[in-house]
Every structure is written in C-alpha cells, then in structure tokens.
Design a protein around this ligand. Structure first.
Ligand code: PHE
Length: 338
C-alpha cells in the first residue's frame, strides 16, 4: 500500500510537470485529488489493512495529498497570474491620448435670424402668434382684400391643394385669424413658413416670413415708421439709412416698401443692390378698411399698421450669402460657420 501511494505521488508529480495551462492543471487535480480520483480510491482500501497500519497509511495519504495539492496550487496561481499579466498588456490604456472631440450642434442660421427678429419685437411689447401652413382661400386671399382675379392667386405662384385649400403664400392670413379672435389693442408678430412656386438663387419654394401688426384707436403711419426704423436699427446697425417708398398691397392703404442702405457696399452701389445703394427689406402699410370689415372691426374707431419681412433675405444680407439654396441643403460644413 505504501509503495502504491508513493508511485501515485510520483506519477502525479510527473504529470504536473508536463501541463501547459490552467485547464490542464484542473484536469490533473480532478484526476488525482477529486472525490472519485485515484487518491480517493486508494483511501477506500484503508479498511482492508490491519488496524495498526491504518493510522500510519492514513497519515501518509494526507501528506501525499498535501504535497500534490501544494504543487498544483502553486502551478495554478502561476498560470492565473500569467493570464492576467497578458490581459493587462493587451488591454493597455494610453492615458496620455487626447480626449475625443464632441461636436456641438448649433442653431440653423434661419432660426438664429428668426429668434433675433422675435427678440427685438418682444422688447417692443409684441406677442407671438402662429397660424396654419395649409390655409383656405378665404384667409390667404379673400379676407385680405385680394380679389378673385388678382394675379397673386395665379396657379403660377400658389401651391393649390384643392379649389379651397392651398399652402399659404404669406403670413398675412395670421392677421385675420388673430383679429377674428382678439380685440384691440393688439401688438402681434407671426413668424412662420410660407410657400410659393418659385426657385432660383434668391427664391426657394418654402421660405420664412415674419408678419407684424399693431391695432389700436389712434395708430398712425408715424407709428409704423417709428417701430420699423427702430427694429431695423437694432437688427442691422444703429446708423444705417432707411427709406420708405410708396408701394401697393391689396390689404394695406397707404402701402410702402422699406429699403435699407446696402449693407454690402454701404450705399455706394454694388452687384447685390444692383448699383442703387438700397436694398428692399420689407413690405408694410396701414391696414385696409376692407380687412377691418372682414374681421368685423369698426374702421372708424380703429386703425393699425402691418408689415411682412422675409427671413432668408435678411439672413443672406447679415451673413453675406449669395445663394438662398445653401440654407436648405443642410451641408454641415456650411451650417458650422454660423
Ligand atoms: N404679405 C406681404 C408679402 O408677402 C407682405 C406685407 C405684409 C405687406 C403686411 C404689407 C403688410 O409680400
């Protein structure tokens, strides 16, 4: 029995000498020390021995188990250690690497100009209203004193959805919607998208307007001039020249177009202002009595002014952009510049 035990120890130690990895060590451990392992089966034979030998052999079994266990465990720790060393090496972190650049989003240039226009008018006590982009013929034309045969209603200019429905061609219908539901005094701006069948370097089929109007019992053309002059001065430059030119809109009387001194050439004449030194920037006028009639306001009692301006045009002038289509291509290299 003693010899068999010593042989077993030698065999185990020899085998341990050959193993090449963690898994193999575990296999050897099970083979010799496991519950059904070789040492266990020898231990079972203990009972067949004469009683006086049992403690001696028993002790030998324990010593051998201890020795094998020690070898196996130190080998195992070695493998585990080597394994983690290897992992640390391959997963090495270079803490000196620069951090990754997170690109920040920016507001679209059109939104920036829109927000700026709203900010200036809010400062003058105007509130913001909105209306639908799909409008009826009544709100877009009829109520604004644009008769059935007016050229603005032409299929060439307007996107019709049906005989009655269309994509609004301007923000002026919001005037009607607000006046129908609210009573003067009113100071309102209405920003939003508008649609026209037009497309070239200065026109896109969708663009943005801001409508503005003010109604009370004694609003004059002087108020219109004052509000718009103050607005244009804070939007462009405090010292920019402004001029009011007579014009025509069916929903205002008298009507005016407002020009600013060319911001590109400072009024000396260039390609953008076509040599005139002036840039047309908005349309305006005193609200027509027919419009008041449509919303059932007493035109004898109330007066008001209205204006409409195109956001893209202002953005082009402010940022020096010569092709309106750039705003809607959403090329990140273009948008990043603002
Ligand atoms: N609605 C006009 C346009 O789109 C602009 C305008 C608005 C003119 C209000 C006068 C008064 O061209």
């Amino acid at each position: 029995m003693r010899d068999r035990l010593l042989q077993l120890e030698q065999a185990a130690i020899k085998e341990i000498g050959f193993v090449k990895g963690k898994e193999a060590v575990i296999e050897v451990k099970i083979k010799y020390l496991g519950r059904k392992g070789e040492l266990a089966s020898l231990t079972k034979e203990l009972g067949k021995l004469p009683p006086e030998e049992r403690p001696i052999i028993g002790e030998l079994i324990n010593t051998i188990r201890g020795r094998i266990e020690e070898k196996i465990n130190s080998l195992l720790t070695g493998f585990i250690h080597a394994e983690s060393e290897q992992r640390l090496k391959t997963e090495e972190l270079d803490i000196t690497l620069p951090g990754r650049y997170m690109s920040l989003g920016k507001r679209h240039p059109i939104t920036q100009v829109m927000d700026e226009v709203i900010r200036i008018f809010s400062g003058m006590g105007f509130t913001v209203a909105e209306g639908p982009e799909v409008e009826t013929d009544y709100y877009n034309f009829e109520a604004l004193n644009i008769p059935k045969d007016h050229p603005a209603r032409d299929m060439q200019d307007t996107f019709y959805i049906s005989d009655d429905y269309l994509l609004r061609t301007h923000t002026s219908p919001v005037q009607i919607r607000v006046m129908q539901t609210q009573k003067p005094p009113l100071r309102v701006i209405a920003p939003g998208k508008v649609y026209r069948r037009d497309s070239d370097v200065t026109h896109t089929p969708m663009f943005h307007q801001v409508e503005g109007f003010m109604v009370d019992d004694s609003i004059t053309f002087g108020d219109l001039k004052g509000v718009l002059t103050s607005f244009l001065h804070s939007l462009f430059r405090e010292d920019i020249s402004i001029r009011f030119r007579p014009s025509f809109f069916p929903f205002t009387e008298p009507s005016a177009e407002v020009d600013i001194q060319c911001v590109i050439c400072n009024g000396t004449g260039c390609r953008v202002c076509k040599g005139s030194g002036w840039l047309e920037i908005l349309g305006a006028g005193m609200i027509h009595p027919m419009v008041f009639k449509a919303v059932e306001y007493n035109a004898e009692k109330f007066s008001g002014f209205a204006f409409g301006l195109g956001i893209e045009r202002i953005a082009m002038l402010k940022f020096g952009i010569d092709d309106i289509r750039l705003f809607f291509e959403n090329d990140i290299r273009f948008l990043r510049q603002f």
